[in-house]
Design a protein around this ligand. Structure first.
Ligand code: G3I
Length: 460
């Protein structure tokens, strides 16, 4: 597979759910395990995509932060200081000093840069709202021209227009929408293309990760841009997600945009939870991150993933959603969370150091959580039944009635005929005395999803 940060990956796309599941189950047999010390950026690059992080200027004075930012990621997004408020604070006075500092850091580290963002209703200086309607198109064009020209050959993607739609798919009534009208988005893309013929031009928004009214509206816009020759290269799905709510349609949605002839990037990924963190929430979050990475990996035109900063210490979430947070793969002290190891595992890494097996004992309970004609989902809870720590576990059972696993999360499955063995993932093997964790799967079944009678848990 070849790494092409500017455009769609050249790879054989896995589009069918069962093909993807089969690849997951057979991965160990097909690919050599990546070195345990590979960074997320390196693991992603080996799969033909980038894995990056947003950052902001004030964070760079923290040495520990800067060290991780510089070494772990293949791509950086300038989280604030490329926005209009910073780059053209008064009309015609352009200031790129802070953005330049982040771009220079990325260049020194060999990281690519996503430019964020040229036209957005937020972090817009007051003077723009006061521009008369007949002059606003020219003002918008001048802003885009100056900024895109300044960063020519230094950024690989531009988020040209950000968050222009409401949840119901109608246009957000921004100053640009109200004064210029529906055509402002196309005009912005044309201005960006005129300023740089090579940079990839993206439309970027949140809550467009799954199929729904908002992503439908963006889909129709991209389709019409392609028909009319408006220069658009990609769609950025921000992916500010909520624990346990990764849209089931995410892979299908990425695929339908790709089928229009544009790239897709996951541009601002974080997965927030109600505080405080617990082991169970961390495990759920790890599975959620894994699901997002797998959805992107399954579509060849999904070119990369960016987390919206990497550590809970810098996350924007708690200040906007009081009582929520812990949304990122590193904790507030820069320790890697289960989410980090799940991302690494989904990208083909080892999923972290294998825990030592310990001496404990465990139990497993199997529950069918939903079923329908031909399919079911099940959840297996693993509990450390000893008074000491358990370093890893393996659950075995035999499927009745020709059932089989289509897709499994939070564990690693091997199957031989109807016999199944699921061992812990790299991030959920260690269980304290009395603690529990769970894994789940989507199954196919000829009859009802009956509970196996021989489920057992042991150390691996
Ligand atoms: O720079 C000032 C500082 O001088 C002042 O002391 C401080 C006091 O609050 O505010 C600082 O500005 C803050 C700025 O971030 C830089 O830290 C603003 O108040 C704050 O509102 C701003 O928040 C940013 C937010 O966009 C604005 O909407 C977040 O950092 C940034 O992460 C966030 O990013 C957005 C993406 O651009 C688009 N998608 C959603 C995403 C999350 O909201």
């Amino acid at each position: 597979m070849e790494r092409t940060p500017h455009s769609g990956r050249r790879t054989v796309g896995l589009t069918a759910g069962f093909a993807a599941a089969a690849a997951v189950l057979c991965a160990g047999a097909l690919t050599a395990p990546a070195h345990a010390d590979s960074t997320l950026g390196q693991l992603a690059a080996a799969k033909g995509l980038y894995f990056g992080s947003a950052t902001d200027n004030p964070h760079l004075s923290d040495t520990a932060y800067k060290q991780i930012l510089s070494s772990e990621f293949g791509q950086l997004t300038v989280g604030n200081t490329m926005k209009w408020q910073y780059t053209e604070p008064s009309q015609g006075r352009f200031d790129y000093e802070q953005a330049d500092a982040i771009v220079a850091l990325a260049e020194a580290n060999g990281q690519t840069v996503r430019g964020h963002t040229l036209v957005w209703h937020n972090q817009l200086p007051d003077w723009v709202a006061a521009v008369p309607a007949d002059r606003l198109p020219g003002v918008m064009r001048d802003h885009i021209t100056d900024e895109v020209t300044h960063f020519r050959n230094r950024v690989v993607h531009w988020d040209v227009v950000n968050e222009a739609f409401e949840e119901d798919g109608s246009r957000r009534q921004t100053v640009f929408q109200q004064k210029i009208g529906n055509g402002y988005i196309a005009e912005a893309f044309k201005a960006a293309r005129a300023a740089d013929p090579n940079v990839k031009l993206y439309y970027n928004d949140y809550n467009i990760e799954g199929v729904g009214p908002k992503s439908d509206a963006v889909y129709e816009m991209v389709k019409s841009f392609k028909q009319q020759g408006v220069p658009i290269d990609g769609v950025g799905m921000q992916a500010h997600l909520i624990l346990g709510q990764v849209p089931a349609t995410m892979q299908r949605n990425i695929q339908r945009f790709a089928d229009l002839g544009v790239d897709v990037a996951v541009t601002e990924l974080d997965i927030r939870m109600d505080l405080p963190r617990t082991e169970a929430k961390d495990t759920q979050q790890a599975g959620d991150y894994s699901a997002v990475v797998k959805a992107c990996l399954a579509v060849s035109r999904c070119v990369g993933i960016t987390v919206w900063d990497f550590s809970d210490r810098q996350s924007w979430v708690p200040s906007v959603f009081p009582g929520q947070g812990a949304a990122l793969p590193y904790d507030e002290n820069y320790a890697k969370k289960p989410a980090y190891h799940a991302i690494a595992a989904a990208l083909g890494g080892t999923g972290g150091p294998s825990p030592t097996p310990g001496t404990g004992t465990c139990s497993a309970s199997y529950r069918v959580t939903s079923q329908w004609q031909g399919g079911f989902t099940a959840e297996v809870t693993v509990r450390n039944t000893s008074s000491g720590p358990l370093g890893g576990w393996a659950v075995t059972w035999t499927f009745p009635d020709g059932q089989r696993i289509a897709n499994l999360w939070n564990g690693e499955a091997t199957t031989t005929g109807s016999s199944v063995r699921v061992r812990n993932a790299g991030y959920n093997g260690a269980l304290g005395a009395g603690a529990s964790t769970s894994f789940g799967f989507l199954g196919s079944s000829a009859g009802a999803g009956r509970v196996p009678s021989d489920i057992a848990c042991d150390r691996p």
